[in-house]
Ligand binder design. Structure first.
Ligand SMILES: Cc1cc2nc3c(=O)[nH]c(=O)nc-3n(C[C@H](O)[C@H](O)[C@H](O)COP(=O)(O)O)c2cc1C
Length: 209
């Protein structure tokens, strides 16, 4: 299985070769992999900023726990979750389902109400946790797609959310930074690429019944 080879090849890249850029064609493939991610109910309540602009990334660097990948990588993916539950997002999703799957809004009414009701039961912290989880699924697809294309990446929680939100003007858009991933090509000087992978044995992770 080629995917397993790709997953063994990838690693959380610490140092990127800043002279190498991901081309537009590959970038579109990465976006499509993120677009195809699973999400609860299919709602996809997030935005992904793909930042190549040097100046913006320089501004983010001091709030990235000194991690130079933010500026050295080709692109910085910033996954942003919606900060609140808005009924119109569910309505838009239902309308789009009806259109794409050739059904009527009436047939989807009870599903729409079910989604709205289950989301409205969440308090603020439950919403935050749930909505961030969605972005992690998208991140996972991005990392896997990168590996398939032999593009390097590093998932990163090491950043100051409030500062990212301020610099990227996210709050006024009802968004908050959830997780980031610099994407590009490893530097030959990144010694972590030669480290053996540390993973628990399969027998420790799985219990078979
Ligand atoms: C949610 C999440 C946050 C992470 N944050 C960082 C980070 O801020 N900086 C970093 O260098 N690596 C970060 N990592 C990378 C992990 O340390 C790495 O994936 C793990 O040690 C396994 O190593 P591998 O990815 O090289 O196989 C993060 C990984 C995940 C999944």
């Amino acid at each position: 299985m080629r995917l397993l080879e790709s997953l063994k090849w990838r690693y959380a890249t610490k140092k990127f070769d800043s002279s190498r850029k991901v081309n537009e064609n590959d970038l579109e493939k990465l976006k499509e992999a993120v677009q195809l991610s699973v999400s609860s109910y299919g709602l996809q309540l997030y935005k992904v900023l793909v930042i190549s602009d040097k100046e913006t990334r320089e501004k983010l660097l001091p709030f990235s726990w000194g991690q130079s990948q933010v500026t050295e990588a080709s692109h910085l993916f910033v996954f942003c979750n919606y900060t609140e539950h808005r009924e119109e997002d569910v309505d838009a999703y239902i309308a789009s389902t009806a259109k794409i799957q050739g059904t009527t809004l009436e047939k989807l009414t009870s599903y729409r109400n079910f989604i709205k009701e289950s989301l409205s039961r969440m308090n603020w912290s439950e919403w935050q946790a749930w909505s961030e989880k969605q972005t992690y699924l998208a991140l996972s697809n991005l990392l896997t797609a990168c590996a398939e294309l032999k593009i390097d990446a590093c998932p990163m929680e090491g950043f100051d959310r409030e500062d990212y939100n301020k610099i990227l003007k996210l709050e006024e858009r009802g968004l908050s930074t959830s997780i980031i991933a610099p994407v590009g090509y490893r530097s030959a000087d990144d010694h972590t690429q030669f480290r053996k992978k540390v993973r628990k044995p399969i027998t420790e992770i799985f219990e078979m019944f």
